[in-house]
Design a protein around this ligand. Sequence first.
Ligand code: C2E
Ligand code: CA
Ligand code: CA
Length: 679
Amino acid sequence: MTTTSTPTRILIVDDNAAIHADFRKVLATSRIDRLADDEQFLFGEPQACADSLEFEIDSAFQGEEGLEKVRQANSSGRPYTIAFVDVRMPPGWDGIETISRIWAEYPRLQVVICTAYSDYSWHEICERLTHRQNLLILKKPFDAIEVMQLAYALTEKARLADEVAQHVECLEQRIQERTLELQRSNHELQSQVVQREQAESHLHHLAFHDTLTGLANRQSLQNNLQASIEMARANSTEKFAVMFVDVDRFKSINDGLGHEVGDELLRAFSSRIEKSLRLDDLMNSAGTDALAGRLGGDEFVIILKRLRDSFDAVRVAERLLRILDRPYQIQGQTIHISPSIGVVNFDPSYQLASEMLRDADTAMYEAKLKGGDSFVVFEPSMQTAIQVRLSMEHDLRQAIITNQFWLAYQPIWSVQDLSLQGVEALIRWNHPEKGMIRPDQFIPIAEQTKLIVPIGEWVLRESCTQFGKWKRAGLAQTPKYISVNLSRVQLMQPGLVDVVDAILKESQMLGPELQFEVTESMIMEDPRQACAVISQLKSLGIRLAIDDFGTGHSSLACLHEFQLDVLKIDRSFVKQMNEGTTHPALLNAIVRLAENLGLECVAEGVEERDQLDQLGVMGCHRVQGYLLGKPKSNADFVSEYLMAPCLSQSTASEPTNQAISSASMVFDASTTPSASLHR
Ligand code: C2E
Ligand code: CA
Ligand code: CA
């Protein structure tokens, strides 16, 4: 038994005042020393001192009053621990009624029902009362010891019950705390899971999308294309195509207008691709599905799936070309760009995505070679052309290193007196295995690979060196100038003017002794830049000729602006001179144009005497062509033209060499165009 300092509150409910007195007497004298003996007798060992234990006793004489007291005690925070309730309490509620009412409100109250033999049976009591674990029966007339024992035992029981209740409450509180804690961590976990999922989906997006345009990236395109190939290989009815789209001259936009504009342009370009595919009638009606992506830089790829036939891709490409061609408004400026598109249709020989991409790229490259702003459908022969180009590129590099190039010189004559005026330097390539390769075959590749820059510089230096040597050799004839062909890449190459200046000085040449030949299309591609370079070249005193005139896109206004000196009429006009009536008229018009612009006019490709005569009548100043001299090696050129007197002075009876003799056969004194035909 443990000690407690607060007294146990006991309520006696009995209609008999004497009973109340008895209870008080018994419980008020409840000292442990009186009980100790009994307890030792009952429990077999001496008990701890419980002197402090006291009972606070209240009385109620009717059931209703008892209930009221229980209520008050509870609301005051000091509830009763035990109630001794009499069974019979006329005129009010009997004990059973009272107990059941009290328990209805306070079920934890320990109740001792005080009854005589003749009252309710245990069975009846059980039937009427519910909380029987809190019920004891004290038979009347009761014994003081019994009352004491009940009071102590029930006090202890209540204390233990309280302790248990507190313990339970404490446990419940801890459980609640733990539950809250768990709920919190659960919530945190859930939000971490959500964050993780978001991060994962973001990573997934990054892994398969291009950051600049939001289109599929290289990886995603490759995966998708590989899957399409496998599907089409498994199902022969499945048709699809790949388009390789590249922006023409994007680099010059990026360099010229800055990367920010370049990026924005790529975004605008890609969104047009997407929109065009989405709104394509053909694709929508045929149920065609498309995936657009960016490989990197200005290269885009479109996979067109579920096509009906191989022409579908062509139709899509045609439409795409139209849409991508329209001007772009970027940061307040209007920019014109065009795409080059390569198309490849699937066939079962393809196994890998890289193979289809390679061929689409090849077709795109062909579109670029055509001048861009077009599309080309891949054909296997293109692959061989590529191989040829690649091997030629390799050979060109070798040719530069091992000096396989040499120059041929072709004379340019005055129509009036057939005197030697100038000379055009023309490159020749003597390939160690393939023999002579024509400039038409290798110059375009040298331009594409930019190898034309070192090659062109060599041509210029060699021409000028040679011209300087001729000048100093004291020959019978010396051309007034040497004409060198300049490629577009060279014209746009920074530092060209410095190189030219240095070479002129090295070879002790005067500016007007050098002539550059450029084509109209070369200038028209970037007139501003071309104009800037040309005016710098002009400031060195160099002559400028427009080559192959009439074959490119002419802009007559530009002809005037470009400070030209010479207009070279393309040989196709000369060739067609005798065919029909329009060609001579055209030729005549060009000669007139040159005259009006104050330009020297040179006709190229003069092969026949009749052509020369007619050009003379038209008033063309100079001629160049097989009739008067083919391009020759330096040695031949020197011996045939420079060491000999002027053609006009030679006669058929005095051939100095074969060239002059052949020329003089045409140009003997009797057949030389009369002076009256010339200016
Ligand atoms: P081009 O500038 O129009 O040069 C004239 C071409 O016509 C030369 O061909 C020349 O041999 C040829 N030709 C001259 N007279 C006649 C004729 O009476 N009949 C015919 N049928 N042809 C004649 P070539 O030497 O094969 O050069 C072809 C082109 O290659 C040149 O055309 C020029 O555009 C380019 N080229 C030649 N050398 C160089 C060079 O050093 N640098 C650059 N960038 N291009 C060059
Ligand atoms: Ca030329
Ligand atoms: Ca020409």
